[in-house]
Design a protein around this ligand. Sequence first.
Ligand SMILES: Cc1cc2nc3c(=O)[nH]c(=O)nc-3n(C[C@H](O)[C@H](O)[C@H](O)COP(=O)(O)OP(=O)(O)OC[C@H]3O[C@@H](n4cnc5c(N)ncnc54)[C@H](O)[C@@H]3O)c2cc1C
Length: 450
Amino acid sequence: MANTPCAARSADKKGIFDMEADVVIAGTGVAGLYTALNLPEDTKIIMVTKAAVDENDSFLAQGGICVLKDPSDYNSYFEDTMKAGHYENNRKSVEIMIRSSPDIINDLMSLGVEFARGADGNLEYTKEGAHSKPRILFHEDITGKEITSHLLARVRTLKNVVIREHFTMVDIIEQNGRCVGIIGRSASGRYEAIYAKFTMLATGGVGGLYANTTNYRHLKGDSLAICKNHGIELENIDYVQIHPTTLYSKKKGRRFLISESVRGEGAKLYGADMKRFVDELLPRDLLTKEIEKQMKKDGKPYVWLSMVPLGADMIKTHFPNIYKRCLEEGYDATKECVPVVPAQHYFMGGIKVDSDSRTGMPGLYAAGETSCNGVHGRNRLASNSLLESLVFAKRAAQTITKQLPGAAHEYEPVEIDESRYADCAERYAEIIREETEKERKEHEQYNNEA
Ligand SMILES: Cc1cc2nc3c(=O)[nH]c(=O)nc-3n(C[C@H](O)[C@H](O)[C@H](O)COP(=O)(O)OP(=O)(O)OC[C@H]3O[C@@H](n4cnc5c(N)ncnc54)[C@H](O)[C@@H]3O)c2cc1C
């Protein structure tokens, strides 16, 4: 669905507010920020975000970020990722992610990111479900905040980057089969076009479409519906990960995650009879099924998680944020069990991209949770998503960088038909629901025939 070009945008009574950039980036999570940081410093970049700059899932990540800690772990890390993904992963993407991980971690540390270290000063590694070895770097239980706040601080020092908060992308601008920018609605309700030689979609997951989710509620997969409208291919959009353990609460709002690394460190699950009913380190999808079965058997909306075996010291030093939040809900995790329930958490599918994060439309890139390069297969291995977002955002930036010297602005100003976007939030949500259901049925049929 191409936007109608006009020879020159005529000034309406609200004035002309269109802007021009070399690269426009929708999203200020790790994928968006790292794209900006990996573009040359003379690139004019406009970043937009639907909410405040730090309101995104990247800031919420708790458990950690995986790394290939030494070459001898390669086969095991590869196999763990494939096995968790039910061997539906794209092998090339997995290889790229794992091989790139040491460079990414070194880069993060050079930006000032600190990961936990032992008494000897060496990096410490933790373990989560479906990892056969500890290979996850962490910063207490706020790894995402530690990483993303450093990326954001660095981006803020760049004179070539403008960040526009509370600016919702409602469309991309397609002309002659190429993406030449985006249309968005600013905080004041004004519609604006941002023309760019290259566009990056880094708009995160789809949790906002679910009643129970660990995600920010404004993350509703807008980019997916926009791409669908423009005939850009999506992939595996029914592959949604439910996290087995979020803190049960009667309060409304985002579900609070109890990181898988507490189970990696020894926390246990119990049914209403206070008996263990499952291997706590099963992959997320399998563990979720077992918890749901147990809840049904018990007739309760939760099962119990005991962190007590970790000891009060570890709970307070490695998981201070989780400890504090449980206390707020009335549970002292050093002494008693906390109630947990599965909730929507992550999106493995997305806008189909190649290993350099190119979508099916020239000029348009996608990275992070909104994209699908197949790295996670049908189920993501814990702590692979921050890493994936960073690795493939960097590759997109490198690919764009190669093309920038010869690239010219190739757009005609558009007249924005505001009525087209008046109820787009509901329409986009509906498109995603329909497409998800369609893809679910296709997968079901394929699996039945296989
Ligand atoms: C509670 C929690 C814990 C997690 N723990 C871990 C962990 O320990 N390890 C790990 O690897 N992963 C973890 N994850 C997953 C990981 O945090 C995310 O997959 C990753 O941060 C996604 O980054 P992103 O940049 O793609 O998206 P996000 O960080 O979600 O950013 C999306 C951005 O897009 C913007 N946006 C959305 N729609 C629009 C629009 N229409 N217009 C303009 N802007 C828009 C948003 O405002 C936001 O700025 C966790 C996730 C959650 C929710």
